[in-house]
Design a protein around this ligand. Structure first.
Ligand SMILES: [Zn+2]
Length: 342
């Protein structure tokens, strides 16, 4: 399969073209759009924001959307230890968090002396939503992402907190809007527009609250070097990260790898290739390292994930139905994700 000579994207990437030197069109678009100076300004803006927040009254200065993954753990560490804020960590337990990650969440928040709120969505409705999103998009992650946004917004409103931070960043997803949470909600609503079976309470995003509460992506702004994050956490907190070696593939969730498995099966790409390509261009990962990680990931994804059987049982889809759903050709992620619409 043809591969870009500069990043790692292959001809499987939607609408990709290659120039005479074998450099891909996504690399060329990157050169036009990526502005390191802008990133520096962003960093300055954040540091000022943290200083202002430090002076804010109330029990908490901000909320951190805490999945337990390495990026949000690092964000929590920065907020608390480096910028002396008092964040409230909010965890949306999507029913599929691994026990190791649940334990790690509890240990790391205690270690950092940060208050934690964990919320589990209403089970039957949530499983129904997982099933529906799988049927419509081949992706299990829509309602989880939405649940995180919605929960953080509700808790922020209740505690008079006007800012929510997340550990994700633009190298990871292609977020361009000021209110990714509202875009996401509209996207989900548009997919399930005629569906009256979904109870939206756990996923609702309010336009009015979006105007009052800011949602900020911390990823990429603070030397977000993916190789060093886990080392920094281990060294400074003295706790071993539970999913060592698998940190880049969402090992905190039991069904994220199933979504990735299906994505790979259908597109011949992994969900991480776009991110990895960005990291290579941003100089945070060498091309060789990225190719190695993707190769390791593909090796894992060639085998059916062990948890698939259990998931299908939980969402009441039999093997035959599962195979049939996979045969249909439709979109796999929100249109703005991974630059697919560029
Ligand atoms: Zn490229």
């Amino acid at each position: 399969m043809k591969k870009c000579t500069r990043c790692i994207l292959t001809e499987a990437f939607p609408n990709i073209t290659f120039d005479e030197q074998g450099v891909c069109s996504v690399c060329h678009a990157w050169d036009k759009n990526w502005d390191a100076a802008k990133n520096k300004n962003l960093r300055r803006r954040y540091i000022k924001l943290f200083k202002d927040l430090e002076k804010s009254r109330g029990n908490y200065n901000c909320i951190l959307a805490f999945s337990g993954g390495k990026d949000s753990a690092y964000a929590l560490y920065l907020l608390k230890k480096k910028y002396n804020l008092n964040p409230l960590a909010v965890n949306f337990d999507n029913l599929f968090q691994t026990d190791a990650v649940r334990k790690w969440i509890s240990v790391i928040t205690k270690q950092l002396n940060v208050d934690l709120i964990t919320y589990t969505p209403e089970r039957e409705n949530y499983l129904k939503c997982v099933k529906k999103s799988f049927e419509k998009t081949r992706n299990f992650c829509i309602f989880c992402n939405l649940g995180v946004y919605s929960l953080c917004q509700k808790i922020a409103a209740k505690n008079n907190i006007n800012i929510i931070f997340s550990g994700s960043g633009k190298l990871e997803v292609n977020v361009i809007s000021e209110h990714p949470e509202l875009d996401y909600y509209k996207y989900a609503k548009s997919i399930f527009i005629d569906d009256n079976e979904i109870a939206w309470e756990d996923f609702k995003i309010s336009q009015e609250l979006c105007n009052m509460i800011k949602f900020e992506l911390m990823g990429d702004v603070f030397d977000w070097n993916h190789n060093n994050i886990i080392e920094t956490l281990n060294k400074n907190l003295g706790i071993e990260y539970p999913t060592k070696g698998l940190d880049y593939i969402h090992a905190d969730c039991k069904i994220a790898c199933i979504a990735n498995y299906i994505y790979y099966k259908k597109t011949k790409m992994t969900k991480n290739e776009y991110t990895m390509a960005n990291l290579v261009r941003a100089g945070q990962l060498t091309r060789k390292e990225a190719l190695k990680k993707i190769e390791e990931e593909k090796k894992l994804l060639r085998k059916e994930p062990e948890y698939l059987e259990e998931l299908l049982r939980l969402i009441k889809i039999n093997r035959k139905e599962y195979e049939n759903i996979l045969k249909e050709d439709i979109s796999y992620s929100p249109p703005w994700y991974h630059g697919h619409n560029k």
